[in-house]
Design a protein around this ligand. Structure first.
Ligand SMILES: [Zn+2]
Ligand SMILES: [Zn+2]
Length: 398
């Protein structure tokens, strides 16, 4: 956190007239300031798009069915997933995820990057702990009812990525968002129930919290191998299963750590399913005609116009027309259209040189079939995918 002196606050207020209006004698020490030099933006080349699901339950979650880890891994491979985080309810094993999910002989794969994680299942709601390597999940479980300042300190010591799950409604994340790195803005195939999650995300972003938006199917039930293995919940697998939605990360390498880093940094987009187009969002902020930043990146505006580009990559439905909704600082900025052939939209805007600005996009259009989970397209409707924001003047020391 930035330490500001009273003198600095006065200087700031002096050069930012809006914060002074109507409040003679008051200088707000938290008024927007020049954030100073920002870290350089990572190159847009040399990374790789990897897709996966960050919220999946195996048999170690007691209410699940037909969800052995071997089945989950083999299915994920069959639909081309690159990474996966199995997030079993930690309360079902009293916090001992390490000796249950992670110790399962089936918890291994040559092709799929298996992240270490668990669903922190507490009286005040649910969050996903996500890590490239094993960590002491028991400590996170044990601290669940303590004050947020205590929980936050343990989270920091563990060095994990913590993510708020299904943040509205039942089991909503009832902790401070200051201790999380991401938020589940798209839980399960049923897109329409995520409206409040999107609202919370926009509120957090608008107030300076650079939180990544991610997806998670929250799948609990797999396909039965034989009819006698079917349960009353087996039908769910036809509508909501691994990949509904799919979270894409632009990772510097094909490693678990690179996946987690990309997730934390926000180079992330979420698509309806593994076969739906991926939404990529870029900007040329220095008017050199080349895209030089993408979603998750944070830059200082030059004061001039920025050219933004929304690109759809992957399978488009034949003849499809896509609607691109642009959100700026939590409010609707504009609506644009593109087609299956063009798969690209560009627009211009000039972000303010002082104070924060962010842009993010949601894309709607005809759904792309997910044959293994045929009922999912009905639940998802026309929602194709969403990007993370492109940021300007977000304070890295916030
Ligand atoms: Zn949950
Ligand atoms: Zn869950």
């Amino acid at each position: 956190m930035r330490v500001r002196t009273l003198a600095a606050g006065l200087i700031v207020a002096g050069c930012f007239a809006i914060s002074m209006s109507g409040q003679s004698g008051h200088s707000n020490p938290w008024a927007p300031v020049d954030v100073g030099p920002l870290p350089p933006i990572t190159s847009l080349t040399g990374s790789v798009w990897l897709k996966g699901d960050l919220h999946v339950h195996s048999r170690h979650s007691k209410e699940s069915s037909n969800s052995s880890i071997a089945k989950i891994v083999s299915y994920s491979n069959s639909v081309g997933m690159d990474y996966l985080c199995i997030t079993d309810h930690d309360n079902h094993v009293l916090g001992d995820v390490a000796n249950n999910t992670w110790a399962d002989p089936e918890f291994k794969s040559d092709s799929l990057l298996l992240l270490y994680g668990g669903e922190w299942t507490t009286t005040r709601g649910h969050g996903n702990a996500i890590s490239a390597k094993p960590y002491d999940h028991q400590r996170l479980y044990d601290v669940r009812d303590q004050r947020d300042v205590v929980v936050g300190a343990v989270k920091k010591e563990l060095g994990i990525h913590l993510s708020a799950n299904h943040p509205s409604g039942k089991d909503h994340f009832g902790y401070s968002y200051d201790m999380v790195d991401s938020i589940e803005v798209w839980n399960s195939a049923l897109w329409s129930k995520n409206a409040n999650a999107i609202m919370i995300w926009d509120d957090m972003l608008s107030s300076g919290r650079k939180l990544t938006g991610r997806g998670g199917s929250d799948a609990h039930h797999g396909f039965p191998d034989t009819p006698d293995q079917a349960t009353k919940n087996s039908a769910q697998a036809k509508s909501n299963y691994i990949g509904t939605p799919t979270t894409w990360v632009f990772a510097k390498a094909r490693t678990s750590q690179a996946v987690v880093d990309a997730l934390t940094n926000g180079r992330v987009s979420v698509s309806a399913n593994p076969y739906a187009p991926r939404v990529e969002f870029y900007a040329d902020f220095d008017q050199d005609g080349m895209m030089d930043m993408m979603m998750g990146d944070n830059a200082k505006p030059t004061g001039g116009p920025v050219r933004f580009r929304v690109q759809l990559t992957g399978n488009a439905a034949p003849g499809a027309v896509y609607t691109v909704n642009v959100v700026k600082d939590g409010k609707k900025f504009g609506t644009f259209q593109t087609t299956e052939k063009a798969q690209m939209v560009e627009f211009m805007d000039s972000p303010a040189t002082l104070g924060r600005t962010y842009y993010r996009v949601e894309v709607e259009g005809p759904p792309v079939a997910y044959p293994q989970v045929p009922g999912s397209t009905v639940l998802t409707g026309n929602m194709i995918g969403l990007s993370n924001p492109i940021f300007f003047n977000f304070d890295p020391n916030f």
